[in-house]
Design a protein around this ligand. Sequence first.
Ligand code: HEM
Length: 411
Amino acid sequence: MNARFSPNAPELLRNPYPVYARYREADPVHWGIASMATLPGSWFLFRYQENAEVLSNSTLFVNDASSVGMEIEIPEAYKPIRHIHQRWLGGIDAPDHRRLRTIMAKAFTPRRVEALATRINDITVKLVDDALAQGDEVDIWSQIAFPMPMNVIGDALGVRPEDWGTFQQWAKDITDGVDRAGDIEAAKRGTDAILGMYAYFEDLIKERRAHPVDDLFNAMVTAADDTGSVMTEFDAISIATELGVAGHETTTNAISLSFAALLAEEGGWERTQEAFATTPDAVMEELLRFTAPVQRQRWRWAMEDTQIAGREIKRGDSVVSILGAANRDPAVFVDPDIIDFDRPAQKHLTFGLGTHFCLGSHLAKLELGTALRVMSARMPTMALAMNPDELPWNHNLMLPGPAGVPVVVAS
Ligand code: HEM
């Protein structure tokens, strides 16, 4: 295989899996074109094995280029928010990462997430009922899957309902800016959005001091690590902007990609409801494996000269984990392109692995599960209103997904 893989290739947008399969076969650890033009290239990983190895070795493969002593040239448009990005958990390494992640884990416990279940149910029921009240044509994406996670994370962080719309737009501008690292206009919009979100949370903290509320944001500001040290206000606000982004489109795509795939299949929604009634966890894990809403990492950086499956990796090289490719590796998942709810339990890499494993995985599963349950109760019979191959699609290659899933619901 001669062509260098590019994570920005438009052919990856709707169905990247045949391309992944070709590289997995011919050159599974591949020196391709980096998503950022200032880098000479990146190593792209197409098999499960190497993806799992790199993700779980955060000593050898770090998230912050400066840990390897490298100064990455970032576009001018990103400079005003560099200091905020540098506190995002996804962009830092130990010891800072360990300290902040410990505090966040205390604020974001499975118990606190579980306590959100009733609120998530109410939000979802209202969205579905509002959609159905307008008639039997529903757009699962714009009326349910897009607003639901934003309302949930906005609610948990104390964002006022009248500001949820602004937050949705900010979150979208930020993820587009991250995906299109070389696009100046996208970078500028992403930067403005982060600054907007930052200023919003700064005001919120002031308000909270005067009137404390027991929510996730408050838990973040007050939680401490084992030595008793708490997060600075700057760290808490920066990480809140990360949650506003990481907790939105990812889950939107998990829901809308699942429905797009299930409804494209004859009887797909019916067999899902049947399986969900008895084995809800197996259904969710399989949908998460299959959809891989975060298709790839941004990158990891090699701390030392090393080898991955016999390829020579130099200190400072960037390595990109392709989670979507790992989840479809036939060496690990038999018939990987089929949604099989009876598949033997096997860890997919949808939420990553190791020290940077998704902080919000419990919340994401609670949201996906709630969507499946509420929609099964209220929309047990429905059909796609258009050809599945023609569904509108968002132009984001890191978080690809539909921009509309119109269905007709049987009354
Ligand atoms: C289906 C939905 C979701 C998917 C597919 C997803 C996927 C991921 C992935 C792949 C990572 C990176 C793992 C790594 O680098 O090894 C990650 C990290 C992260 N996610 Fe999620 N995520 C989802 C939902 C959420 C939600 C709802 C939140 C919070 C509200 C969240 C917050 C985070 C944070 C803060 C990190 C950074 C963790 C760290 O670096 O320590 N995610 N997620």
